[in-house]
Design a protein around this ligand. Sequence first.
Ligand code: OGA
Ligand code: MN
Length: 168
Amino acid sequence: MGWEWLLRARGSSGGRVSWGWGQGAIHGFRETEIAQWSEESREILQRVRDEAFPPGMSQLSLVHVLDLDKSGYIKPHIDSVKFCGCTIAGLSLLSSSVMRLVSEQNPEDWMDLLLPRRSLYILRGPARYEFTHEILKDEESFFDGQKIPRERRISVICRNLPILPAPT
Ligand code: OGA
Ligand code: MN
């Protein structure tokens, strides 16, 4: 089954779940959430989850798949604290890319992360809550002065659930 088949076109306003990107934070993309994975993929996702989440942490069972085309990019945002917990784990497939983290408090405090294709990143702690993250567009995709060409990129993202406030 190809990705073309799996990924429904979905605009940024038509979704069921919003991860906290304001309107139009992602450009040139399709996305879906997948509950059923092949045996092979399940093994890989389990490795991601084991790496990212401590045992017993309640995780979202749906895995978010985001398919950015070559000219697609993600503007700075912080994932919704209402829908998403303290940890975001993302596999980058097909294309390398550059993720930029910028401090909300002090925008001069920023760093670029090289996300090679087939790598895993984990955002937690201040990187999750105090810094925006973004995926640079092809024209801006440089790391250490070196061009990191952006091709079509598919990311597979696991998140955990926010801890709900205790009922009063
Ligand atoms: C998101 C996001 C990053 C990625 O979907 O909220 O920031 O690696 N994705 O695709
Ligand atoms: Mn995000």
